[in-house]
Design a protein around this ligand. Structure first.
Ligand SMILES: [Zn+2]
Length: 489
């Protein structure tokens, strides 16, 4: 743990480094980490880096990659670590989209259900041409304190850490009290039913657990220093709507007032300007209440005002001005795809748009559809539910998760709060929450949301120091969760 004086020293060091940066070409130094020294990896860190590199250099993107190759490579690692074949499962409904599940058997004296470490190993497509010239999305590249590649943060950091930590535990001769299961899964990004959902439905016995640790949480850095750690408890629900307009069409030399493309364009601009009312759940109320004191006075006051009165429009405007908070406030809907017309010289007979909504967990798709219909206010534009996912209940913030997370956070990052949060994206925790298994987004991977939030985008990256601190965080957390009694010493 960092002492107060070492924290003070590191702050002074950062300040000095910044002054040097202003004065000359020397690079700014990050605050010293007790876990990671640049250029000097420990053998344990070197091993994690090898697994990480191997995994990101296997193209597992949803359409052009092969996820099975990633699963097979990790299965080899499990085997080499001494996990017997009978405790390694590779499979899935499609030959190119296999999952791998490994079971590390514990002493199991109290018969507690296993700890499941869950990470998806598929990634979003990435074209080299879309990235900066110095990076190839499928080549593990190190530059100025960061690792770059597709999947480097989402979600191969956690996947490789889980594998490397298992290797470390086996090498140490450690035996957990209860079983530890690692499930590395397919198709989280595409939403197709080949991954965690498929395992839950078809091989429940492989992934049945007492607790799940998944992506979705993580820490926030401000000026290179840990500010908060988060536990993701709930998530918004993804629903796609189609705005659909048909028209009798005709020759484009004789246009009329009624036109499918014009009607659709009008409807989309209304949807684009519309804001759903502010909603707060138990989880987001707790998030804003605990984040307020760490924010600027203006933002902090607005968060408090909003918690007191969600209808406070002025407060909502201030909070929503920050991208990372705005989508936590309400259901959002945004046009993502567009098609229409069949010839350049014909009046369009069909125009269609996809509107992707991220629905607040307390709202339903039907309510959102009705709201969109009202906003569009045009009977020629049909608003249809295209694809809909079931809502999942939030995970309960129990002592079983909170105590170990708070302890390891304090030991590694000092006195910073651990704050429950709602993810605005969706992840595979929903499959477990739906069947009553608590699934938490916790990683101990810290990032600066203003510069490092690049998942699904170009030049995706992971701060190297954060990766190795996250490795240590998850190692200690897994051991605490897997030991009896489940209390923190
Ligand atoms: Zn992910």
């Amino acid at each position: 743990m960092l002492s107060r004086s070492s924290l003070h020293r590191s702050r002074t060091a950062t300040l000095l480094a910044l002054l040097v940066l202003v004065a000359g070409p020397a690079a700014a130094q990050a605050p010293k980490s007790p876990i990671y020294t640049p250029g000097k990896l420990t053998p344990i860190q070197q091993q994690a880096r090898e697994v990480y590199k191997e995994l990101v250099e296997i193209n597992t993107s949803v359409t052009t990659g092969n996820i099975t190759n990633g699963a097979v490579a990790m299965a080899k690692r499990f085997k080499a670590a001494g996990i017997p074949d009978s405790d390694i499962f590779i499979g899935g409904p499609r030959p190119d989209k296999h999952n791998v599940v490994a079971r590390f058997r514990g002493k199991n004296p109290a018969g507690r259900k296993p700890v499941l470490l869950l990470a998806h190993i598929d990634v979003v497509e990435a074209l080299k041409a879309d990235w900066s010239p110095e990076f190839d999305p499928f080549v593990f590249t190190e530059k100025d304190g960061y690792y770059y590649a597709r999947g480097i943060s989402d979600d191969k950091a956690m996947a490789s850490i889980f594998v490397a930590n298992l290797l470390r535990m086996k090498a140490d001769g450690y035996v957990p009290d209860r079983d530890i299961i690692i499930a590395l899964t397919a198709d989280e990004e595409s939403g197709a039913f080949n991954g965690a959902g498929w395992l839950v439905e078809n091989h429940r016995e492989l992934v049945d657990a007492g607790i799940v640790i998944n992506e979705g949480g993580g820490g926030m850095l401000r000026d290179g220093k840990p500010l908060i750690n988060t536990i993701q408890l709930s998530q918004k629900i993804t629903t796609n709507f189609t705005l659909h307009v048909t028209n009798r069409g005709g020759h484009s030399s004789v246009p009329r007032d009624d036109n499918a493309i014009t009607s659709l364009a009008d409807a989309l601009s209304k949807v684009g300007r519309y804001q759903f009312p502010v909603k707060l759940s138990e989880v987001t109320t707790s998030f804003f209440t605990q984040t307020a004191p760490l924010e600027t006075p203006k933002m902090g006051a607005a968060m408090k005002a909003l918690v007191a009165n969600p209808a406070d429009k002025a407060a909502a405007r201030i909070v929503a001005a920050d991208e990372k908070y705005s989508s936590m406030l309400r259901t959002t809907c945004v046009a993502t795809m567009l098609s229409g017309g069949h010839a350049s010289n014909a009046l369009p007979q069909l125009a269609e748009a996809n509107v992707n909504c991220r629905i607040y967990p307390t709202e339903t798709a039907d309510e959102v559809r009705a709201a969109l219909e009202k906003v569009v206010n045009d009977t020629t534009v049909k608003v249809l539910v295209k694809s809909q996912r079931p809502a999942s209940p939030p995970a309960k913030l129990s002592a079983e998760i909170m105590e170990p997370v708070a302890k390891v956070t304090k030991d590694l990052f000092g006195n910073i709060p651990v704050i429950p949060t709602m993810s605005t994206g969706a992840n595979d925790s929903r499959f477990f929450l739906t069947i009553g298994i608590p699934s938490y987004g916790v990683s101990g991977l810290f990032m600066d949301p203003t510069t490092d939030a690049r998942a699904h985008g170009r030049d995706e990256r992971m701060r190297i120091q954060s990766y190795f601190e996250g490795q240590e965080f998850l190692y200690r957390l897994t051991k605490l969760l897997a030991s009896n009694p489940p209390t923190v010493p």
